[in-house]
Design a protein around this ligand. Structure first.
Ligand SMILES: NC(=O)C1=CN([C@@H]2O[C@H](COP(=O)(O)OP(=O)(O)OC[C@H]3O[C@@H](n4cnc5c(N)ncnc54)[C@H](O)[C@@H]3O)[C@@H](O)[C@H]2O)[C@@H](O)CC1
Ligand SMILES: [K+]
Length: 470
């Protein structure tokens, strides 16, 4: 699928026309957002440099003070880049001369999609010089496909890319080097674009309870609890599911843990289970279920998961429910349906999918491959969470905060997602909504956040999304 992203430019339009549009888009972007100051445009030997020459010429037409520095002398440029260079009428300096002055603004058009090796010489020194950098397509020095720096790389204040986001714009560490990323439409249709999670993607699919609705129409979520010493995680999940809008939430508890839950639960119902058959019976009468948070890495958890997966409820499998299949993931994969979801962190992911993450070019590719293998939606948690479907549809959530890296935070995420699934929202969409809300709640709380705070933020965020707060 990512080939589609790489081959984004393989269309009928001739390359020079696209280069002209790209370069002009860079000039427009720079001039609109940084309207003053002298600009150094650094041009590489290929397409990225071509964009730079076009941009320089367009900026000069806007009366901007522009200096152009090139990796190669103009006489050695070829093809479209040579053609682009002829649009620039001023002098072209050697790249190393750019080090002699510190401009107010730097347009980094050295290397984009064609970067194959670490920056060296003047390019490497320029990457380390600092200053206000606007990168063209990808910050030079970063591999656009993996998001990894190959060596020294430009730290951009902003990056203007074309047609669609590349993995480097949304995956760490590339996203941190890219600064604010904008995508310019240069008239290239994109079929399998990589999306960045935002309410615009799913706002219209949020469940909107109509007038006269009753709780039974808003779905019934059931959460499986661990034993008496391990009940908190499932409670975090259940409360988050209720806040997300599930009409009814029931905690399914081993009898010896019921007393602990009873001391804490109010709006959430409580019911006992002993055997996998008990869970299968509950699953038959619910729209979504969660199993995993502090469930225990045991044969019993495996049997419980298998019993639930036989029923009609869509299932979120998290934490121990994943690790319990670590020795035999294929057994799990055979039972999963496309409407179920696994929500592993990287450790749990590697227990199920081996070295897939290490051997993939990037996290998006790994998550897509995992979704295809497991036959369900996969949400791979992290600072850059990736959500993928078996058909390759994927998005990256960067709307988060490091303060969410705390005990119980993942249990809450599983609950929010399940809460939306219980209401009938498509699993992939529910994961996207859940992940964004979780990130937004985390950002609102900030430092000092504990998992309990996340669900407390949901009413105000949801009300704002529903437009009830103006
Ligand atoms: N493909 C297209 O149709 C379009 C491409 N565009 C631009 O073209 C770029 C891709 O152009 P190219 O494929 O020519 O690639 P680049 O311009 O990124 O790289 C050009 C050449 O630099 C050399 N190179 C790579 N890493 C190097 C290093 N570290 N040190 C020294 N030399 C190095 C490579 O041999 C490569 O041929 C995109 O990033 C984008 O900016 C835009 O003009 C829009 C249209
Ligand atoms: K660049």
């Amino acid at each position: 699928m990512l080939a589609a992203e790489q081959a984004v430019f393989n269309t009928g339009t001739d390359r020079f026309t696209l280069m002209q549009r790209a370069g002009e888009a860079v000039a427009e972007f720079v001039h609109a957002h940084w309207p003053d100051g002298q600009i150094q445009v650094l041009c590489g030997p290929g397409g990225n440099g071509g964009d730079g020459f076009i941009a320089a010429a367009a900026l000069a037409k806007l009366w901007r003070k522009v200096e152009v520095y090139s990796v190669l002398p103009v006489s050695e440029l070829t093809g479209d880049t040579a053609k682009a260079a002829s649009a620039w009428e001023g002098p072209v300096h050697k790249l190393e001369d750019a080090l002699k002055s510190q401009p107010e603004l730097i347009v980094d058009a050295l290397y984009g999609a064609g970067l194959t090796r670490p920056l060296e010489g003047a390019a490497a020194e320029l990457a380390q010089r600092g200053g206000r950098v606007i990168s063209v397509d990808v910050p030079s020095g970063i591999d656009g496909y993996t998001g990894k720096p190959l060596g020294p790389a430009f730290q951009a204040e902003a990056t203007l890319t074309f047609a669609a986001l590349r993995p480097a714009h949304v995956l760490l560490p590339g996203s941190a080097f890219s600064g604010v990323v904008m995508v310019a439409d240069i008239g290239v249709p994109v079929k399998t674009a990589l999306a960045e999670n935002s309410p615009a993607l799913w706002h219209s699919q949020m469940p909107q309870p109509g007038f006269g609705v009753h709780k039974y129409q808003r779905g019934h979520l059931k959460v499986v609890s661990g034993g008496p010493w391990n009940t908190g995680a499932a409670r975090l999940t259940a409360k988050a599911g209720l806040r997300a809008g599930a009409g009814l939430v029931t905690m399914l508890s081993p009898p010896d843990a019921a007393g602990v839950h009873a001391a804490h639960l109010t709006a959430i119902m409580l019911a006992p289970f002993v055997t996998p058959d008990d869970l299968a019976a509950y699953a038959a009468r619910s729209t979504a279920m969660v199993i995993g948070p502090a469930a225990g890495v045991t044969d019993a958890t495996r049997a419980n998961v298998e019993a639930i997966l036989k029923g009609p409820a869509r299932v979120v499998l998290d934490a121990d429910a994943l690790t319990a299949f670590g020795e035999d993931p294929e057994v799990l994969f055979k039972q999963l349906r496309p409407t179920d979801i696994l929500t592993p962190h990287e450790g749990e992911f590697s227990r199920l999918f081996g070295d897939l993450l290490a051997t993939s070019d990037n996290k998006v590719q790994a998550t897509r491959a995992a979704a295809a293998k497991a036959g369900c939606v996969i949400l791979l948690k992290g600072a850059d969470t990736v959500i993928a479907q078996p058909d390759g549809n994927a998005l990256v959530n960067t709307h988060a905060t490091r303060w969410l890296a705390t005990a119980g935070s993942g249990d809450v995420l599983a609950g929010i997602i399940a809460g939306f699934m219980a209401q009938g929202v498509d699993t992939f969409v529910a994961a996207a909504i859940g992940c964004w809300l979780h990130g937004e709640a985390g950002r609102r709380v900030g430092a000092g956040l504990i998992a309990e705070d996340i669900e407390m933020q949901l009413p105000v965020i949801l009300s704002a999304l529903h437009g009830e707060l103006g």
